[in-house]
Design a protein around this ligand. Structure first.
Ligand code: GLN
Length: 209
């Protein structure tokens, strides 16, 4: 059967595991190289990208994971996970590295204090069933996307609470590139498993035999 890993160094591993299981996948935590090599797809959870960056190096997972991404492993990153997938980062801490793979620039902690955390209903390209409830928590956004990147969602004018989102409106918050999928928000906390279900379908379709 298809097995999807969740990088389990830090972050909301449990929520992603539940969402993937809800979408019908077999799920395993990934902390070691051998575990990485055994999965058909990987989720990079939300959490703290600076900590994950450090732990990826401590656990000697950084190089194998970069190689796996280059080799076509399907990877879905939410929030901190989206930061890890970006080729370029602004607003990172000194020395912070990403894994890369997606030709985008992410701005870390992009929304600023006033709209630090909020929810919005996002129409999402390629997803049926109406807008996606998107939960943003100290989220990044994408400031630049290369020609090979498909934009799936942008910030609307207002949050569901009716707050104006100002300069955030129109910023890219979900994208796909090859076998990489990224969202600045956290579908794993909403009970709506459409993003995870689509990722599971893609992993099934591209599974290494
Ligand atoms: N601000 C966090 C970071 O820079 C991301 C927040 C999240 O994953 N909810 O990694």
């Amino acid at each position: 059967t298809t097995t999807i890993g969740v990088l389990a160094l830090q972050g909301d591993v449990r929520e992603h595991t539940r969402a993937l299981e809800g979408a019908g996948a077999r799920v395993v935590p990934v902390r070691r190289r051998a575990e990485l090599e055994a999965v058909d797809g990987l989720v990079l959870p939300g959490g703290e990208s600076t900590t994950m960056d450090k732990l990826l190096r401590v656990f000697e997972l950084r190089d194998p994971l970069c190689a796996a991404i280059a080799d076509g492993l399907p990877v879905y990153g939410s929030c901190a996970g989206m930061i890890l997938l970006a080729d370029r980062i602004t607003g990172g801490i000194e020395g912070q590295q990403t894994l890369g793979g997606m030709d985008v620039t992410v701005q870390r902690n992009a929304f600023g204090r006033q709209v630090d955390s909020f929810e919005a209903d996002l129409p999402m390209q390629g997803f049926e069933g109406g807008p996606m409830r998107a939960v943003f928590i100290r989220a990044p956004w994408i400031t630049e996307a290369g020609p090979g990147v498909e934009v799936l969602a942008r910030i609307p004018e207002r949050s569901t609470a009716g707050e104006g989102l100002g300069e955030a409106a129109g910023k890219i918050v979900a994208a796909r590139s090859g076998r990489l999928l990224a969202t600045a928000f956290h579908p794993e906390v909403t009970g709506d498993w459409r993003v995870h279900a689509q990722f599971v379908r893609e992993v099934n379709a591209t599974r290494r035999s």
